[in-house]
Each structure stands twice: as structure tokens, then as C-alpha cells.
Design a binder for this molecule. Structure first.
Ligand SMILES: [Zn+2]
Length: 448
């Protein structure tokens, strides 16, 4: 078993420091939520710094964070208990900085996270007024080339639409919050957080260290869990719950800005899991193929497994890039395409089970994992072979120079329509589950 697990570890090593993400979450969230009455009719909220919220609600936050820990111990598999010394204990005498640090360390997120006051403007709206702030003011990670990110700074006391707050925050967990949290991470805090060593990937690559908080493999074959138990050590459900319950607390105690902000942070993890490549270990590969490739690799023939890793990574990146281009193009042409229509569509919202603590795992991630083989098939059938079926090609390295939309428009229209429909279906799921999550947070915020 030991040999299996070390071999399978390699199957998940991300070879390049590239971002795997439904990027940029704010674009999809603006469209998914803009027609919800709870947001469309919501009055602006007053911007408040994190420090002020923490100071005002220190005692209630102490109680909530203790209950979050108890919830996680009872509800999450392989949950590593938080070291007692990290518990958040109210102390009215400490400085704002000390309280902020204690809060972030009690959540076990990167303590250097910015939590800046900002929004990402809605790409469909004409340039909004405001002061642009630097990428580095909101994000601790290096800015990718041609990132296209645009951040507008906010000041305490500003009035801002809740939609802008929640949409902007839905992208925020990718800004360094979950970087280097492991015992073998190049950080001081990783050593004290108690998450153990990075379960898979390269601890020296910052994006690898984020992955186990933004992916979750809950629906694999039981033999894979036996062969590679470390694939259970992923924590998007922890983050989703932490921020979701903080949002309800903030609403309940009259801090609506932080209510929407934490709600957005919570949405991010649910949205990541709607991406089949975040919810399934190896879309399109059977358990037998995975184990077979690993057995060959153990016998010194690693070619098959290496190819599999490259193809998985290439397909993962290709679908995310295509989705991003579609959203960007639609936003800049200011018209609703099938993608926006799918994000708006509320028809299926009520077809899902009522919200519960297991919704993200049993509904969102189960649906996404079940769709994974079909998505892999669709990618292979519709995307140029070089990008998704050629293991000598590294999509991550070439990504900046690739336009998926123009590559696909040169292909047959039927193939492109098939891929468009798959992406629309996935974004439709993202929209429905995001709205259901917002409704559940608002409902919880009305309960004492
Ligand atoms: Zn993410």
C-alpha cells in the first residue's frame, strides 16, 4: 500500500506553477446572482474594515469559531484538529493587528492575507468611478502575465452594492489565502497549523499548496482510497463552512458588508467544486487505468503515467481557459450569450435537495464528479488534438499564446456547439448552487 500511495502521489504533481481555477470567479458570480431579488433589490452596504468587525464582535466570533471546530471534527473526514493554542479568545485590550492575526490563525488561513477593501468591477458595466489599486494590494501572489485584473479600492464608510461585494469576494480565495499552510511549506505558519504535510503536489510551488483547499475527491472508487488515502486530505468543505457561518454571523450582528464578503469567500469553494477537474481525481480515466499506470511506473516504466498526468493537466487548463475567454468576450461585447443565460437560469434551483451541511459534498461535488467522464470525452472530441490529446505538449507553458475561441472557431461548428453546451451546463450548475448557498446563508442569518 505504501508503494501505491507514493506512486499515486506523483500522479497529482502539478508540473508547472500554473493556476488551476475557474478564473475569474467574479465574472460568473455577477451574472449568477444579479437577478436574485435578494441582491437586485438590496440597499448598498457600508464598507467596514476587517479590524472593526472583529473588534465589535469579538465575543460572538470566539463562540462561532469554537463551534466551527466542533462541526469540522464531527462532519469532515480526515480533519486534522486545530492546535488548541490557535483558538480565538476574546481580548478587548489587544491591538487591532494582534486581533486580526489571531483571527486569521484561528481560521488557519495565511496570516499575511490582505483582506483589502476592494471590488472587481462588473465587466458588463461601463467604467465605474473609483481609484484603481494595485494587484499587490489585494493579492500576495505574483501577478500572472496579462492577468487583466482590475481592482477598485474602497474606503471605510463608502456605500457599495452587495452584488459587487459578493462577486468580488468570490474570487478572493485565490489571492494567497490558502498558500503554504502545510507543515512542509516554506512558511512559519504552516509549521504550527497542524494540517500535516502537503498531501499531493510539490510543496515548493505555491499553487500546489493551495490545491488541496480548492479541490476535493469525495466520489472516487473505494479501492483508490485504500491505495492512496491521502486523496481524502482536502479541505474545501472546511473553508466553505467557515466563511458561510461567518457570513451568517456578520449579517445577524448588523455587519452587512462582511456578511456579503464572507458569503462570497464561501461561494468560491463551492464554485471550484462545480468544475469536474476539481471534483474528480482523473476524469476520463478508469480506476483500473490509474492503478495499471502506477503499477507500470513502479516497475520502472513511468511513460504511461507521465502521459496521463500531462493530459489531465492540459485538459483541465483547456476547459478553464475556454470558459474564461467565453465570459470575457461576452462581457466586453455587453451581450448575453448562452453562457450568461445559463448562469441566470433559476429553473433548476429548486430541483436540488434542501441545503444541508452535506450539500456541497453530496450535491455539488457529486454532480460535478459524475459529469467528469463526459467532459473529458467532449474535450477530446472537440478541442484540437495538440491541446488535449498530445502528451508532448505542455498547455500550461503555451497557455498565454493560445486563444481557445479562435482555435475552436476554425473547427467544425457542431464540435464547438457541443463544447459550448458542456460549459453552459457546468456554469448553469455553478449558478444554481451559488444561489442556493446564498439563500441558505441568508436563512441562517435570520436564526439566532
Ligand atoms: Zn480556487
Amino acid at each position: 500500500m505504501k508503494r501505491f500511495s507514493s506512486a499515486l502521489t506523483l500522479a497529482l504533481v502539478f508540473t508547472a506553477p500554473q493556476v488551476f481555477a475557474w478564473s475569474n470567479h467574479s465574472f460568473a458570480t455577477y451574472r449568477a446572482l444579479e437577478q436574485m431579488p435578494e441582491l437586485a433589490n438590496a440597499a448598498p452596504v457600508t464598507v467596514e474594515p476587517l479590524e472593526a468587525f472583529l473588534k465589535a464582535e469579538e465575543k460572538t466570533i470566539e463562540a462561532l469559531l469554537a463551534s466551527q471546530e466542533a462541526w469540522a471534527a464531527a462532519n469532515l473526514e480526515k480533519f486534522p484538529a486545530r492546535p488548541a493554542a490557535l483558538a480565538f479568545v476574546a481580548n478587548a485590550d489587544r491591538s487591532d493587528d494582534a486581533r486580526r492575526l489571531a483571527f486569521l490563525m484561528a481560521l488557519r488561513v495565511a496570516p499575511n492575507s490582505k483582506f483589502a477593501l476592494f471590488i472587481q468591477p462588473d465587466p458588463q458595466l461601463p467604467d465605474i468611478t473609483g481609484t484603481r489599486i494595485a494587484y499587490a494590494a489585494v493579492n500576495t501572489l505574483p501577478e500572472p502575465q496579462n492577468s487583466g485584473y482590475k481592482f477598485i479600492g474602497l474606503k471605510p464608510g463608502d456605500q457599495i452594492a452587495p452584488l459587487a461585494v459578493i462577486a468580488s469576494a468570490s474570487d478572493e480565495p485565490d489571492y494567497g489565502l490558502d498558500i503554504n499552510l502545510w507543515e512542509d511549506s516554506p512558511s512559519d505558519w504552516g509549521k504550527v497549523y497542524g494540517f500535516g504535510p502537503l498531501p499531493f503536489g510539490n510543496p515548493a510551488l505555491n499553487y500546489s499548496t493551495q490545491a488541496p483547499f480548492h479541490m476535493g475527491f469525495y466520489h472516487e472508487d473505494s479501492i483508490l482510497y485504500m491505495a492512496a488515502p491521502f486523496i481524502k486530505r482536502t479541505f474545501p468543505l472546511l473553508r466553505s463552512y467557515q466563511y458561510g457561518s461567518l457570513a451568517a454571523l456578520a449579517f445577524r450582528t448588523g455587519h452587512a458588508y462582511w456578511g456579503w464578503r464572507f458569503a462570497g469567500l464561501s461561494l468560491h469553494y463551492l464554485q471550484d467544486l462545480t468544475q469536474p477537474y476539481h471534483a474528480s481525481l482523473a476524469p476520463g480515466n478508469s480506476t483500473l487505468q490509474l492503478l495499471g499506470a502506477n503499477i507500470l511506473a513502479m516497475a520502472g516504466m513511468s511513460g504511461k503515467k507521465d502521459d496521463m498526468v500531462v493530459l489531465l493537466s492540459n485538459r483541465h487548463l483547456a476547459v478553464e481557459k475556454y470558459q474564461k475567454e467565453l465570459l470575457q468576450n461576452a462581457a466586453s461585447s455587453k451581450q448575453d450569450t448562452a453562457i450568461e443565460k445559463a448562469l441566470h437560469n433559476t429553473e433548476k434551483d429548486r430541483s436540488y435537495p434542501d441545503w444541508s451541511d452535506r450539500y456541497v459534498r453530496d450535491v455539488v461535488s457529486a454532480q460535478s464528479a459524475a459529469y467528469a467522464p463526459r467532459l473529458a470525452q467532449t474535450l477530446v472530441a472537440t478541442v484540437p488534438e495538440l491541446f488535449v490529446s498530445d502528451p508532448s505538449f505542455d498547455f500550461g507553458v503555451k497557455e498565454a499564446g493560445i486563444s481557445m475561441v479562435s482555435e475552436l472557431s476554425r473547427r467544425d461548428a457542431a464540435g464547438r456547439a457541443q463544447l459550448d453546451s458542456a460549459v453552459a451546463q457546468l456554469l448553469g450548475n455553478l449558478g444554481a448552487h451559488s444561489r442556493n448557498a446564498v439563500r441558505s446563508i441568508l436563512k441562517a442569518s435570520n436564526q439566532q
